[in-house]
Ligand binder design. Structure first.
Ligand SMILES: [Zn+2]
Length: 392
């Protein structure tokens, strides 16, 4: 039922519209036109100005043939990474690629093409389905900014699927949460040769703090990293300021917070110990620590309908779908933090974020076939809106 030619052509058309993060205006207009022509109600939310983008997130609502079931969320992002302007699509041996000077943009245009083709097949074959809420985000690639600023009052769906992964035979159900930490360690500058005793070396203080903390893989659920360090002005000046930036990720929210605190405390301790040992009028050294919660943990419960439906849909196609764990964050993490449970499905995209990015048309077809089954199952298995037991 999936029409490979139509799917491939739509993919090509979407990829040919430049849409690097913050410059998604043109692709949003095209998507709006497509969704409206398919009978959807389309809303653009107010995330545009907050994200610094030309457009907000796009929400397309399809009524469905049966309206008394909960809507199902389908999500993809409309932005692509750089170099992503003037993409020329090549197609040979069933595989799409760029000309090698840009990314292809299969991340995540393949998902948009898959979602649209799937809904077209539902409609032209008059297959019964529940309401669908298609949420197409902006600025995913620059820190999930669209999802973070999404107007959640517009979203009725409580569960569904993000389509933004590689593997067509898997569903990502777990991904870590992350915190970002920024430190500014203030020492005191002084001439390194003439009066070093007047100075407080901020670089040394920071490096002592860093050497006290655990970095790398902390345990099977948790990682930590110090990724940037910047400071000092000259070899003959005791550095008065150094900036250090790092992150913690964990699949366990408690460990995420604990490990973040450990790192902050290590810096605080180092600075306060020095201050106590060398009291001064100016109160130096001094620390500024800023912790930013980047994204929440994604942890779809194993017995959740989202997993059951995807596995059953795969089984109906004679396939096996494996649950998978990801090391990175995606829109699904942000949705999860807002009480929307979504697993992440794949389209076959490969080598994303490189100029070698490719995708096989066959894989996109497989992805659409799976989504088609899932949507039909949803209509049968979802909780009726008027009462009934709650799944998952
Ligand atoms: Zn993506």
């Amino acid at each position: 039922m999936i029409n490979p030619d139509r799917l491939g052509n739509l993919f090509k058309d979407l990829v040919h519209i430049d849409s690097v993060s913050k410059k998604e205006g043109a692709v949003a207009k095209t998507l709006e036109k497509i969704f409206r022509s398919m009978g959807a109600e389309v809303v653009i939310d107010g995330a545009g100005p907050k994200a610094g983008s030309e457009t907000g997130n796009l929400i397309a609502r399809f009524q469905g043939t049966i309206s008394d079931v909960e809507p199902l969320l389908l999500n993809a992002h409309m932005d692509t990474v750089q170099p992503g302007e003037g993409i020329k699509v090549l197609f040979s041996d069933g595989t799409f690629s760029s000309d090698g000077t840009t990314v292809l943009g299969a991340d995540d245009k393949s998902a948009l093409a898959v979602i649209i083709e799937t809904i077209r097949v539902l409609q032209e074959n008059k297959l019964s389905h529940g309401p669908l809420e298609v949420v197409v985000t902006i600025c995913e690639e620059i820190g999930l900014v669209g999802a973070k600023n999404l107007d959640y009052s517009l979203i009725k769906a409580r569960y569904g699927y993000c389509v933004d992964a590689a593997d067509t035979e898997g569903i990502v159900t777990q991904a870590p949460g992350a915190n970002r930490i920024n430190f500014k360690v203030y020492g005191r500058d002084a001439h390194a040769g003439a009066a070093p005793e007047k100075g407080i070396n901020a670089i040394q203080l920071a490096s002592r703090a860093i050497s006290r903390i655990r970095i790398g893989r902390i345990d099977e659920e948790t990682t930590a990293n110090i990724g940037m360090i910047e400071g000092g002005t000259a070899t003959n000046i005791v550095p008065g300021l150094v900036s250090v930036a790092g992150e913690v990720r964990s699949h366990n929210p408690q460990k995420l917070d604990d490990e973040t605190q450990n790192i902050v405390q290590s810096f605080e301790q180092e600075v306060s110990e020095y201050r106590e040992a060398h009291p001064s009028e100016d109160g130096l050294p001094r620390l500024e620590a800023a912790v930013r919660h980047d994204f929440s943990v994604l942890k779809v419960p194993e017995d959740h309908l989202v997993i059951a439906m995807a596995k059953e849909a795969a089984a109906r196609l004679g396939r096996e779908l494996k649950t998978k764990t990801s090391g990175g964050g995606s829109d699904a993490n942000i949705f999860f933090g807002h009480g929307i449970v979504a697993g992440i499905l794949g389209t076959g995209m490969k080598d994303v974020h490189t100029v070698r990015e490719t995708i096989r048309l066959d894989d996109m077809v497989r992805s659409a076939e799976l989504l088609l089954e899932i949507i039909q199952l949803h209509e049968r298995r979802s909780r009726p809106l008027s009462g009934g037991e709650v799944h998952g």
